[in-house]
Design a protein around this ligand. Structure first.
Ligand code: ADP
Length: 192
């Protein structure tokens, strides 16, 4: 298996680039944000619980997210690899992911981190909010809260993979195609 993590703050372009990457490399896209929004749309108990956290810009509890990832693996046993987007977001999630992948006798090949300045991120998110209808993207206070959570909780994830020498920063500003090319160049290096 070949597994990648696409890392970066809210609005850094993970979703956009993920769509292109999964198509090119034949990976299964695992976006915990998308899975949570589907649960909310389906009005499941998990979705109801998650919504209260998401609307405040807080993280959904680790055990909820890890359980969801575990179920996703069960559903996609024949995947040739996964592209993780928005997961792991805490040190505990990173440890849990390592364990789950260990059980499959595989691991993470690389963590590619999209780097984008905060003001550009706020602009992108507010713009996305206008068209996407995502409630967490329409309120600047909620957006700033998500950045705060990113720097306090999610930076530990970067440290986890830096220690494992798997972390690579990629410039996330510029055209979608130019960023995609940088990502592909980094991935191709890992594949060969
Ligand atoms: P963004 O990267 O723009 O914040 P996501 O779609 O990845 O968008 O996530 C939206 C929200 O869903 C997050 O703010 C958080 O509340 C919740 N969420 C998504 N993934 C996770 C995760 N791995 N752990 C905890 N909460 C998560």
């Amino acid at each position: 298996m070949f597994n990648l993590i696409l890392f970066g703050p809210p609005g850094s372009g993970k979703g956009t680039q993920s769509d292109k990457l999964v198509e090119k490399y034949g990976l299964k896209h695992l976006s915990t944000g998308n899975l949570l929004r589907q649960e909310i749309a389906d009005k499941t108990p998990l979705g109801l619980e998650a919504k209260s956290f998401i609307d405040k810009g807080q993280l959904v509890p680790d055990e909820v997210v890890i359980g969801m990832v575990d179920s996703f693996f069960e559903l996609h046993k024949d995947a040739k690899g996964f592209l993780f987007d928005g997961f792991p977001r805490t040190a505990a999630q990173a440890v849990a992911l390592d364990k789950l992948l260990d059980l499959k006798e595989t691991g993470i090949a690389a963590v590619l981190a999209l780097e984008v300045g905060e003001e550009e991120l706020v602009k992108r998110l507010l713009n996305r909010g206008i068209t996407s209808g995502r409630s967490d993207d329409t309120n600047e206070e909620v957006i700033r809260k998500r950045f705060a959570v990113y720097s306090t909780e999610t930076s530990a994830v970067a440290e986890h993979y830096k220690a494992a020498h798997k972390f690579k920063s990629i410039k996330g500003e510029g055209s979608v195609d130019a960023i995609f090319d940088s990502l592909c160049a980094a991935i191709d290096k890992k594949m060969n």
